[in-house]
Design a protein around this ligand. Structure first.
Ligand SMILES: Cc1ncc(COP(=O)(O)O)c(C=O)c1O
Length: 393
């Protein structure tokens, strides 16, 4: 072990402009004092020492001017994708955006026109629909099905949903929420679907490093005959808990698509934040990799504890996570109205968790709980949920 991060340490984030802790009361009515923040996807842990040291070096130097010479940054990304994902990236294929919500918006802006359809497999990360709608494009929802307690894609029904006005598919791999790690066979089917409907395929792989020990993520770029329509999106931000650095990578192998994206980046005057670049380069290193392995093992422990507790409450069902630290809990079998179970989570258990319907069709009757917090808080959350739903025991 090259790092000495104690994931059990409870770090008070209140009053630090933390969205997760400081916005939970206005958004969910759960005061941070006494409440548990289990919503927005960031972790309550410090990033690896290699990232902290890089920031300290910048602070010690004390001059924060424009950044130049990104060859070592690009090399670090290529190294990470090769060693962790067996994916050879051409350094020239990498764009740096202001995060991956921005990356998604840039793809919508580059390859669609107002009124065009953008396909999503729902329920899915809510900001996709937000940026699609904000750009006056149409969200075309293709609902996933739950089979044996996990999400699956139902291509037979999707062909009838599309009407030919769709230009883009935003795919989440691994999937948030529900944590599916898609098999190679499933990815082939997604690729066939994109070809059949002539869609540009944006694969958001922001969660690709947080994959449970018994699972293997396949980068979409490893598939054959898809690069002419494929846009990959990756980031250090979820993996290393540095979302505030607002930095992400859009990686485009195809020269024509790359040129189109580059033109829009230039037209919008976008360039990267030096803090994000420095942090990413430091993170994509052997020290960063060792930290990620420990973090994932810790998260595996958290999700096992959470699932065992939640699934012991009659009527509640936590989906088995193959990836991510975002537990997806169904309240359907409680027979309660969404108002009632939400009230119990927020007012009785004093937990702020995301509301399922914000993730689109299929999210009704679910709530999403962020488990990236010290285990003692996960234990406390489980106990509170058992009490809040105690009459179901
Ligand atoms: C699938 C997915 N994409 C993108 C993001 C956010 O990306 P960023 O913070 O880089 O805008 C999230 C955050 O939870 C996510 O789950």
């Amino acid at each position: 072990m090259t790092d000495s991060v104690n994931f059990d340490e409870i770090i008070d984030r209140k009053g630090t402009h933390s969205a997760k802790w400081d916005a939970m009361e206005p958004l969910y009515g759960v005061p941070a004092d006494g409440g548990i923040a289990m919503w927005v996807a960031d972790m309550d842990f410090r990033p690896p020492t290699c990232v902290q040291n890089k920031l300290q070096e910048m602070l010690d130097h004390g001059v924060y001017g424009y950044y130049a010479g990104d060859a070592s940054y690009r090399a670090a990304i290529c190294w990470w994708m090769k060693t962790r994902h067996n994916w050879e990236v051409d350094p020239a294929a990498i764009f740096t955006t202001h995060g991956l919500v921005n990356g998604t918006a840039m793809c919508v802006d580059t390859w669609t026109e107002p009124g065009d359809g953008v396909v999503l497999f729902t329920p899915v990360y809510h900001s996709f629909a937000k940026v699609i709608k904000a750009n006056n494009r149409r969200v075309v929802e293709c609902p996933m099905v739950v089979n044996n307690g996990r999400y699956e894609l139902d291509f037979d029904s999707y062909d009838d949903i599309l009407d030919g006005s769709e230009k883009l598919l935003v795919f989440c791999s691994p999937h948030n929420p529900g944590g599916r790690v898609w098999s190679r066979d499933e990815l082939e089917q997604v690729a066939d679907f994109a070809r059949k409907h002539d869609l540009i395929l944006v694969s958001d792989e922001i969660h690709h490093d947080i994959v449970m020990p018994d699972q293997t993520h396949t980068a979409f770029a490893l598939l054959d005959n898809i690069s002419d329509r494929l846009v990959m999106m990756t980031a250090t931000t979820k993996t290393f808990n540095i979302a505030g650095s607002h930095s992400g990578n859009v990686i485009i192998a195809d020269e024509k698509l790359r040129g189109e994206f580059e033109t829009r980046m230039a037209a919008l005057g976008l360039s990267a934040n030096s803090f994000g670049l420095h942090m990413a380069e430091a993170a994509y290193s052997p020290e960063g990799a060792a930290w990620v392995d420990e973090m994932v093992a810790y998260m595996d422990g958290n999700r096992k504890l959470f699932d065992a507790g939640i699934n012991s409450i009659p009527g509640l069902k936590s989906m088995n996570l193959e990836s991510t630290y975002l537990a997806w809990v169904s309240f359907e079998d409680t027979g309660m109205s969404p108002e009632e179970y939400t009230q119990r989570v927020e007012k009785t258990a004093r937990i702020a968790a995301n509301h399922g319907p914000t993730f689109g069709t299929g999210g009704e009757n679910y709530m999403r709980f962020n488990l990236a917090t010290p285990r003692a808080l996960v234990e406390e959350a489980v106990e509170r949920m058992k009490q809040a739903f105690g009459d179901l025991q």
